[in-house]
Design a protein around this ligand. Structure first.
Ligand code: ADP
Length: 478
């Protein structure tokens, strides 16, 4: 039920109660008027009886006096006269508002006066002649007047009774109407009150329920707030511990990188010296060497070069890790950088008997990047391709597409299993982790290459199939 409907019902109930109250009041007032009317009619009837009785008393006294001549009969005669007149005066007052009834009372008054005059005359006649007075009585004039008076009195009574009956009927009609209004009104008001009561009860119950729910939710919220506070406290503690651990790890990492950088640098110089001196010895510049010595010097050079490569990888890695590897942006020409990288590894591919193809754009295409690092990534990828391919072909291709410069290094080598294709980019991770593996390396080349590609705003990914070969895709923004 809407609030508007509830207000309407409450108003209806109030209006009905008011109607019932007003109707009851009207009925009470009406009843009082009706009772007064009955009283009034009774009073009129009593006065009429009084007038007639007075006249009869006066007549009886007159008769007694005429027959006996005893003046004691004159007392009821006089009293009767007085009584009739007194009642007539009251009667006149009672019917004063009804002109027709007043006219009838006037007629009664006149008849009463005539009767009393006639009595007076006979009483006066008796004092002189008893027979004359008796004769006068016998004429029947007095009786005729009395009969007329009775008729008029009956008429007044009749009219008064009829008025009373009419008033009674009107009163009954009003009473019935009022009873109807009171019954229907009371029932209606009760119904409305009942409806409101029910609706209020429902509201109160619903309100109570929602209050209970609210209290429950408040409790839950308070509990959650406490738990949250505890969790935050724990988090603060954990964060502090984590920060401490991270700081410690960063310190350790910095120490490791510093160590790697220093060691690599320190190793590189003597290793280069070893390569240089081995070459001098090999070429017989320091004196003649025989064939066996030359072969051994070849191995020394190869091993030393391999070590230099390893040290270079470690140096690059430690530089990137420590953030020392600053990027030097400048114009890079796609074809040129492709060819330079190809030229660096071509002899190695040729030495392994592999076909080596370089595909570069025909037109010069320039983009902004760090040429040295682009070359470094390409050489890394090409070195791997040669390292992991025993026969077949290595292709280095570069092109410009969709606002990117794309380099692809494809080989027909051993390939990489799908489950290892993401791991190969992890630091120090190699597919063959045994100490007896054929290919050398530290497991850093791809990790360093991907970091460099991302540092230059591009990325490095691989597609490969075991036994068929691999294709590394290295792209940079143009
Ligand atoms: P490294 O070559 O020094 O071992 P990389 O990070 O360059 O380290 O390569 C990680 C590993 O990924 C290699 O050990 C090898 O197992 C695999 N891999 C890299 N390039 C190729 C390739 N072209 N073909 C097959 N496997 C490759």
């Amino acid at each position: 039920m809407t609030v508007r409907q509830k207000i309407a019902i409450a108003l209806g109930s109030a209006v009905l109660t008011l109607v019932v109250g007003v109707t009851a009041l009207l009925v009470v007032l009406r009843l009082r008027v009706a009772i007064a009317a009955v009283d009034h009619t009774n009073m009129v009837l009593r006065q009429i009886d009084g007038v007639l009785a007075g006249m009869v008393d006066a007549e009886t006294g007159q008769r007694g006096y005429i027959i006996t001549g005893d003046s004691a009969y004159l007392e009821p005669y006089h009293n009767g006269r007085l009584e009739a007149n007194a009642h007539l005066a009251v009667l006149r007052g009672l019917v004063a508002s009804d002109t027709q009834q007043l006219g009838r009372v006037d007629s009664l008054q006149a008849l009463s006066d005539r009767k009393l005059r006639e009595l007076d005359q006979t009483v006066a006649l008796r004092s002189t002649s008893a027979s004359a007075a008796a004769d006068r009585v016998r004429t029947g004039v007095g009786k005729a007047i009395m009969d007329s008076a009775r008729r008029i009195a009956a008429r007044i009574s009749l009219v008064e009774r009829r008025n009373l009956a009419e008033r009674d009927q009107a009163r009954l009609r009003i009473r019935n109407l009022a009873l109807g209004v009171i019954v229907v009104g009371t029932f209606g008001a009760f119904l409305f009150a009942f409806l409101i009561n029910r609706s209020i009860r429902t509201d109160v119950i619903a309100q109570q329920r929602s209050q209970d729910q609210l209290e429950k939710q408040t409790e839950q919220l308070e509990q959650q707030a406490i738990e949250l506070e505890q969790a935050m406290e724990q988090l603060r503690e954990t964060t502090t511990q984590e920060e401490e651990a991270r700081e410690a790890a960063e310190v350790a990492n910095r120490a490791k990188n510093d160590f790697l950088a220093v060691m690599s640098h320190e190793l590189r110089t003597p290793l280069n010296a070893i390569v240089g001196y081995a070459e001098l010895l090999h070429d017989g510049i320091a004196g003649p060497v025989n064939e066996t010595q030359r072969e051994q010097l070849d191995r020394v050079q190869m091993s030393a070069r391999h070590l230099v490569e390893l040290v270079d990888d470690i140096l690059s890695f430690s530089r990137i890790e420590s953030g020392q590897d600053a990027i030097r942006q400048g114009p890079v020409e796609v074809r040129q950088v492709t060819r330079e990288a190809g030229a660096l590894v071509e002899p190695v591919a040729a030495a392994k008997g592999l076909r080596f193809t370089v595909q570069a754009p025909n037109e010069p295409e320039t983009f902004t990047s760090d040429a040295g690092k682009v070359r470094q990534v390409l050489v890394n990828l090409l070195s791997n391709a040669i390292k992991f391919t025993d026969d077949g072909e290595i292709i280095l291709a570069s092109r410009v597409e969709d606002g990117r410069v794309v380099f692809e290094v494809s080989d027909t080598g051993i390939g990489i299993a799908p489950e290892h294709q993401e791991q190969v980019f992890d630091t120090f991770w190699q597919v063959d982790q045994t100490a007896t593996r054929k290919a050398g390396g530290a497991g850093l080349g791809l990790s360093v290459s991907r970091r460099l590609a991302r540092a230059l705003g591009g990325d490095l990914s691989v597609e490969s199939a075991i036994g068929k070969g691999s294709r590394f895709r290295f792209w940079l923004p143009r």
